[in-house]
Design a protein. Structure first.
Length: 297
């Protein structure tokens, strides 16, 4: 079952990666809404602008996504690249992505350096782990299925958070995370992939992070999750977002330091309103993660 455990670890990192002073002339017309902003402090202006960005981003319902994440693990650093489309029009989140992992922490994985198709439905995540997995631990099947409910049962608070995040995640939540922190500021204006943007930044205590990001976890689960994050050495997370002239999120960056190494995630959003079609893989080519657990034949 060694390869099954390896496959599960790989998919776990995939889930972690998926799919959060006044500038000069930024991406938005600085005169826009000037009457409403008169008399507001710079912090209040930043909050007002981000509230509009959250609303505008939420209303678009879909986007193209490009992401890069590096994460320290006990086995070494893992670098994860994601690319695809995400849709949040139905209340939950669906996505069609390609994920590639490499780095010292992934060097022993049969999927290291190989693009892995990943599909996210409202109830589960599916990762294609390739021919080598199918011919050994995969029992002839290429796709590993992670049912969010069963993942939450197996993994406790961290699994419950993954379930909540995967079912409710969309770009607007990154903006909402900054707003919920109450510690956001505009730090300047920059060009991101050819677009003029305003850059906002904030630092969030990890003890409060899970509460801000989660909608359905109980107080007990939130406390347990906070303890897990602290044990990993995470104390604060720095969140930066870049908003363009249409009040849309075009880039987000999250950074945190942990005992096993730093977490650094950057995601770019584009082509809002793009068409997204996601179907679960054929059941005949799918293996549930519970079947691959150690001790299961």
């Amino acid at each position: 079952m060694r390869q099954a455990r390896i496959a599960m670890m790989a998919a776990g990192v995939v889930m972690a990666a998926g799919l959060t002073a006044c500038g000069g002339s930024g991406g938005k017309d600085s005169a826009s809404g000037s009457e409403e902003k008169q008399g507001l402090s710079p912090a209040q202006v930043a909050v007002t602008e981000l509230e509009q960005a959250s609303k505008s981003t939420e209303e678009k319902k879909s986007a193209k996504v490009e992401g890069d994440q590096t994460q320290g693990t006990p086995r070494g650093e893992i670098s994860t690249k994601t690319e695809g489309t995400v849709d949040w029009s139905g209340g939950g989140t669906t996505a069609d992505m390609t994920v590639t992992q490499q780095g010292s922490g992934a060097s022993g994985l049969p999927t290291s350096g190989k693009p892995m198709p990943a599909r996210y439905t409202e109830d589960a995540m599916y990762v294609n782990l390739g021919d080598q997995f199918a011919s050994t631990a995969g029992k002839g099947k290429h796709w590993m299925k992670y049912d969010y409910d069963k993942l939450a049962e197996q993994s406790g608070p961290s699994g419950a958070l993954v379930k909540d995040q995967m079912q409710n995640n969309n770009p607007a939540r990154s903006v909402d995370l900054l707003l919920a922190s109450g510690k956001v500021k505009k730090v300047g204006s920059e060009t991101v992939k050819g677009k003029k943007t305003d850059h906002y930044s904030g630092t969030i205590e990890v003890a409060e992070l899970a509460r801000m990001q989660s909608e359905k976890l109980s107080e007990k689960e939130l406390d347990q999750l906070s303890d897990q994050l602290k044990q990993q050495g995470f104390k604060t997370e720095k969140v930066d977002v870049w908003i363009d002239g249409d009040d849309l999120l075009v880039k987000k960056q999250e950074r945190a330091k942990g005992k096993n190494g730093d977490l650094n995630s950057t995601v770019f959003y584009s082509d809002y309103g793009t068409e997204v079609s996601v179907e679960a893989p054929p059941a005949s080519d799918t293996l549930s993660f519970e079947e691959a657990l150690p001790g299961r034949s």
